[in-house]
Design a protein around this ligand. Structure first.
Ligand code: ZN
Length: 80
């Protein structure tokens, strides 16, 4: 159920997840999610959330080595 508008229907789709870290931006594309057709609210399943956390953590460790990289774009479908 949608947390924002309490609509029961959710569409299986994909979205782009973005997180900012130390002035750098980590972008994960093609992340599977559930989207509310009424208000557009998107939610991730537990396994997708866990996978996203793993991806972000591994990108963070790479970023600490290469400070010059300001934007990191990862394709979820290729790493998951
Ligand atoms: Zn909604």
């Amino acid at each position: 159920m949608c947390k924002a508008c309490f609509n029961d229907d959710k569409i299986h789709t994909s979205t782009t997840f973005t997180v900012e870290y130390n002035g750098c931006i980590i972008v994960v594309r093609n992340v599977p999610c559930l989207e509310c057709p009424i208000c557009g609210e998107t939610t991730f399943s537990d396994s997708v959330s866990a996978q996203l956390e793993k991806i972000v953590n591994s990108v963070k460790s790479v970023m600490q080595e290469s400070i010059l990289q300001e934007v990191s774009v990862i394709d979820y479908s290729k790493v998951a």
